[in-house]
Design a protein. Sequence first.
Length: 340
Amino acid sequence: MPNTPLIKPLTLGNRTFPVNLIQGPLAGVSNAPFRWLAWQQSEPAFTCTEMISCKTLIHKPHWAKDRFLTHYPGAGPLCVQLSANQPYELAEATKLVTDHGVDIIDLNCGCPVRKIRNRGAGSKHLSSASILYKFIRTMKDNTHLPVSVKIRVDGDSSDNFNTDIANMLKDSDINLLTVHGRHWRERYDVACRFDEIAFFKQALSIPVIGNGDVACLTSLKRMFETGCDGIMIGRSGVGQPWLIRKLIAEMNGESFYPPSPEETAKMLLYHVELLIEFMGNEKFAILQARKLAKYYARSISHKEDFCRAMNDCEDFQNLKKLCQQYFIDKKSCHEVIQSI
């Protein structure tokens, strides 16, 4: 029998996506410019917003909502990730984003940040399967869209919620589960727990997405060994909007030629230009560019020097000069910079 292809369509409810690789939510990163670049370079199944508090959507001014919900035309399907601690607010927010025209709604049940947990949101939901069930049903009752949940796992903790959460999800009518293979107390220096992702896949009949430490073909194949139906790319996609396209090509045995340093510099500058327009403030965009710099600079020599120089970068013109200095061959720098 021929092997079943690992890169394949992903069906959620009444919606089918051509591939099963997803660009996941990243706090402070996965805004409209980031998602636009990920779609233009890779065309994942869908991209995800940053985690959005239901209170922000319901009570904050329009400009605060725009930070999360702005989605450029032609940027592909969108998943909105909600954070909630009150069912009535989750119901209202679910209706709001449904009317906004998104494609999927996800409930964050994995955020490890203390202030989020103290509010009864994020990974705190994993401490009570019965309460989480009510939240999921609230979402299902207030939208026709596919509903998903993103969780973390037991790890080496004494929490032991994996089985309770899996049993609850069987009755919840949820469309998709994403499992990040670490406990909420574990940092990224702890290896992803593939066996616990496999546990959820074996326990459930719904699509299960694996998340954690996927950055190359080897790690992609390792995640698929869990039996998961698809994979969510997280931090590895920052500064590499082409990563999912690269992984799909390599999984299919096709050649992929990563962008040259010159092309990477051009993409960084384009990303920052989009941020300036999106934020309406060059200073704020440059501050975010400082955080992005180390990711775009993964493959260049003198990466540390570039990142140190970025800490003093004050404006877009200075960023152009730094890209010319650290990324671009002197013979081609004028042509590339002039085209940006």
